[in-house]
Design a protein around this ligand. Structure first.
Ligand code: 5GP
Length: 180
C-alpha cells in the first residue's frame, strides 16, 4: 500500500483533482476527512463527515486521527485509515496536516499543487460563495502555505488544465508504484 498526499494552497483545485484521480484509477482509495466547518450550499454530503467540535475533540482524545489541524477556526482531520488490501490511500489535506503525515510516514509521497496564477486562484476562492472577508483570509493563508508545502513536496504540479494535471499526477503515482 502506498500513501499519496495531495496538498496545496486553497483555491488550487485539489478536491476536483483527487475526485478525478479516484474516478480514473479504482486502486486509489480516497480518505474522507472530518470537519467542523459548516457545509456550503450545494456542497455534496459526502465531501466530508460534517461534525461538531465536541465530537471532533472526542475523536482526538480517542486517538482516532492520523492527523488533524485547526484551519482558520475550524477543525479538519483524517481518520486513521484502515489499510485495504491492494488499494493506495490518497489524502487531500492542507500543509500543516501534510507535514504531520510526512513526519509519521516519511515514505508518503507528497504532491503539492500550485495554481496557474493568483488571479485564477482568487477567482476559484470567490466562486465558492464564501463572504469576502473569508476569501481574503483564505488567500492570505494560501500565500503562507505555499513555501512550506513546496519545501516538503516530493513533486510540484501546476494545475493549469485539469486533464493535463491529472495525467501528470497519474504518471507520478505509477512511477512510485513501480518503486514501492
Ligand atoms: P475547505 O474548507 O476549503 O473544504 O478546506 C480547507 C482546507 O483544509 C483545504 O486546504 C483542504 O485541503 C484541507 N483539508 C481537508 N481535509 C483535511 C484534513 O483531513 N486534514 C487537514 N489537515 N486538512 C484538510
Amino acid at each position: 500500500m502506498s500513501l499519496f498526499i495531495v496538498s496545496g494552497p486553497g483555491g488550487v483545485g485539489k478536491g476536483t483533482i483527487v475526485n478525478a484521480l479516484a474516478a480514473r484509477d479504482p486502486q486509489l482509495w480516497l480518505s474522507r476527512s472530518w470537519t467542523t466547518r459548516a457545509q456550503r450550499a450545494g456542497e455534496s454530503d459526502s465531501a466530508y463527515v460534517f461534525t461538531d467540535r465536541a465530537s471532533f475533540e472526542a475523536r482526538i482524545a480517542a486517538g482516532g486521527f492520523l492527523e488533524w489541524t485547526d484551519f482558520l477556526g475550524n477543525y479538519y482531520g483524517t481518520p486513521t485509515p484502515e489499510p485495504v488490501a491492494g488499494r493506495d490511500v490518497v489524502l487531500e489535506i492542507e500543509v500543516d496536516g501534510a507535514q504531520q503525515v510526512k513526519k509519521l510516514h516519511p515514505e508518503a509521497v507528497l504532491i503539492f499543487v500550485l495554481p496557474p496564477s493568483r488571479d485564477e486562484q482568487e477567482r476559484r476562492l470567490r466562486g465558492r460563495g464564501d463572504p469576502p472577508s473569508r476569501v481574503a483570509e483564505r488567500l492570505q493563508k494560501a500565500l503562507d502555505e505555499e513555501p512550506v508545502g513546496m519545501s516538503l513536496a516530493n513533486h510540484v504540479v501546476v494545475n493549469d488544465d485539469l486533464e493535463r494535471t491529472v495525467g501528470e499526477m497519474m504518471q507520478i503515482i505509477e512511477h512510485h508504484r513501480m518503486l514501492a
